[in-house]
Design a protein around this ligand. Structure first.
Ligand code: ADP
Ligand code: MG
Length: 310
């Protein structure tokens, strides 16, 4: 039918897809491990959005699912259910060649164990060169990029050294250069300062900031270090395989590394509207299974169901 009069009215604008403008999207992400007949739910419906250019810290107790999440985002592990998308690539549905391309060009990954990031028989220059050589980058470009990267995070003096000739902090900074060699859009770091003393950890953290501010990588860093999470604009807490709360800090950004930004903690509401009420709040008012909710002009009240004046 081509008659104008027969046309259907324009469809109402579809609700924008969850996270359509985010670089990293985790939507109800589930990862279940089967170990000797026992099921471990490492991720239990985790939602997370990270926008291009952000630097986000992930914190949470041991066993809360942080490493599992990073393995999925790195393309090293696949989710059991739910959706994970990075830079438009659906991570649950990648062919082998997609996966190779993704791991080579879209993400860089830094592990906690300094020894596992490098190769014992290669110098810093050689190991940073390697991912570019594999990707077919011409030699002259590789040489320039390697020198620039090592310089940018303060380890130019390590160019000719093997890992056993470098400190732990130097090794981790070289590892960051390896991860950045092919200009990934996302840099993932799983407790990169976990084996380092606090001063050395600061140097490694500064290298992550350089990757973010100067080299344009979006950074997701898992950390136990409050000094680290205190320096990023957004810290996401993971509990039991889900995001539970976020702290946003103002006054933290390029140039004010040591700024004591004002921090505000937010609870995370999932897409079904569920919010976790912190234990302290529940205990203070003896909130248990049922609560009363009331909508006021500008906030929502939660009350015990045992209110005297019901
Ligand atoms: P975190 O990094 O926050 O400490 P992980 O993601 O390593 O947490 O682990 C989350 C949960 O999943 C833990 O209970 C852990 O024991 C379990 N887990 C992680 N990896 C495996 C695996 N390969 N096989 C079985 N269980 C695993
Ligand atoms: Mg871990």
């Amino acid at each position: 039918m081509t008659e104008a009069g027969m046309r259907l009215p324009a469809a109402p604008a579809r609700e924008a897809e969850y996270g359509h403008d985010a670089l990293v999207v985790c939507d109800n992400l589930v990862r279940i491990y089967q170990a000797e007949g026992i099921e471990v739910q490492a991720l239990q419906g985790l939602d997370l959005l990270v926008h291009e250019g952000e630097m986000v810290a992930l914190v949470g107790a041991s066993g809360s699912g942080k490493s599992t999440l990073l393995q999925v985002l790195a393309g090293l592990d696949a989710p059991t259910a739910g959706r994970a998308r990075v830079a438009g690539q659906d991570l649950a549905d990648m062919s082998r060649s997609d996966r190779v391309r993704y791991r080579r060009h879209v993400v860089g990954f830094v592990r906690q164990q300094t020894a596992r990031n490098l190769l014992p028989y290669l110098t810093a220059s050689q190991v940073v060169d390697l991912p570019m050589a594999i990707a077919g980058v011409p030699r002259a470009q590789r040489r320039t990029r390697t020198a620039e990267l090592l310089e940018s995070v303060g380890v130019a003096h390590c160019a000719g050294r093997r890992p056993d000739q470098m400190s732990g902090g130097e090794q981790q900074r070289v590892a960051i250069c390896v991860a950045l060699a092919n200009r990934p859009r996302v840099l993932l770091a799983d407790e990169p300062t976990g084996e380092l003393d606090s001063e050395t950890a600061q140097e490694v953290f500064a290298a992550l900031r350089t990757a973010n501010h100067d080299l344009g990588a979006t950074v997701v860093v898992v950390t136990h270090d409050a000094a680290v999470s205190g320096q990023v604009a957004r810290t996401v807490a993971i509990r039991d395989g889900r995001t539970s709360s976020e702290v946003l800090r103002s006054g933290v950004g390029p140039g004010d590394v040591h700024a004591e930004g004002t921090a505000e903690e937010y609870a995370v509401m999932d897409r079904a509207g569920r919010v976790q009420v912190p234990r302290e709040f529940r205990e203070a008012l003896a909130l248990t299974r049922r609560v009363r909710l009331a909508l006021t002009d500008d906030h929502v009240e939660i009350r015990s169901d045992r209110d005297e004046d019901g």
